[in-house]
Design a protein around this ligand. Structure first.
Ligand code: G1P
Length: 292
């Protein structure tokens, strides 16, 4: 029986060039969807899945991320003095009480696989989760919680997947799928960012993984793949046959917040979900003429 996942890795060292100039001084993971930065949505999703150890693979110039999850004594004192209890609660929100926060730096931008490898001391010999905060999933049960439940039946390496339009396979890790039952897809092979004509399917990996500890040994070969980068997709492919490898069709709507349209859609979708009936009707009325 696979053990419970209690460690999650956030690879958050990359530059957010697609969102310049917004991301010149502010890390892209600190861009807000409605009222919370992307990284806080990701942390809350991991906490809801039972994670207690939160590993941030980051870069020195992105310390705003760590600051976001630290105490803010000055801010706290001011709010306390003013009796602003609601705001105080928001200031402290985000991390569960007994969370362990671990920070490690990715010294060079060598790819997602390398970023995950940078967490190896923290993950040790246990399976762990990875969340890419750019990918958001809207569903009452978080995507990682859905995966953690599924993981108890399959173990090994598990990735969240969804079908993407055929002309978008070059943006994703793509599955060569085998048999499928109840949303669990056996994986025969994996290709990172294939051109549509080379893609084995349109079933793409989105930014949620549960990985066997063996992955760290494979990654430590530092083998370069697509785009000259060390790819997590290649490391998982290399382990097929040694550990179970499955895709998981999650429930919910996924937004790619790494591009402008996806980010805008996520903001609208999460704002609408949080709104009451009246507010939603008013929003609809105000938005419709803007879209016509
Ligand atoms: C990464 C992975 C890719 C995956 C994608 C999901 O790519 O390398 O396999 O499908 O995340 O968002 P990136 O978006 O960092 O280029």
């Amino acid at each position: 029986m696979p053990h419970k996942i209690d460690t999650v890795v956030f690879p958050v060292a990359g530059l957010g060039t697609r969102f310049l100039p917004a991301t010149k001084a502010v890390p892209k993971e600190m861009l807000p969807v409605v009222d919370k930065p992307l990284i806080q949505w990701a942390v809350e999703e991991a906490a809801a899945a039972g994670c207690k150890r939160f590993v941030f693979v980051t870069a020195p110039e992105k310390d705003a991320i760590m600051k976001h999850f630290s105490d803010a004594p000055h801010y706290q004192d001011v709010l306390e003095a003013r009796g602003k209890t609601q705001e105080l609660a928001l200031l402290k929100a985000g991390l569960p009480q007994d969370a362990e926060i671990i920070k490690t730096y990715q010294e060079q931008p060598l790819g997602l696989g390398h970023a995950i490898w940078c967490a190896h001391e923290a993950t040790g010999d246990k399976a762990f989760a990875v969340i890419l905060p750019d990918d958001m999933v809207q569903h009452p049960t978080g995507c990682l919680a859905q995966m953690a439940a599924q993981y108890q039946t399959c173990g090994g390496n598990l990735v969240a997947v969804e079908n993407v339009p055929a002309d978008q396979t070059h943006r994703y890790g793509v599955l060569d799928p085998g048999a499928e039952a109840d949303g669990l897809v056996a994986v025969k092979g994996l290709v990172e960012k294939p051109a549509p004509e080379d893609a084995p399917s349109t079933l793409a990996i989105i930014g949620r993984y549960i990985l066997a500890p063996d992955i760290m040994r494979t990654l430590s070969a530092f083998k370069k793949g697509a785009g000259g980068e060390i790819q997590i997709t290649d490391a998982m492919a290399a382990l097929i046959g040694q550990v179970p490898m499955n895709g998981f069709r999650f429930q919910g709507t996924r937004f790619d917040c790494g591009n402008r349209d996806g980010f805008l859609e996520a903001n609208l979708a999460f704002a609408i979900a949080a709104a009451g009936d009246e507010e939603r009707a008013a929003l609809k009325q105000r938005l419709r003429p803007l879209l016509d």
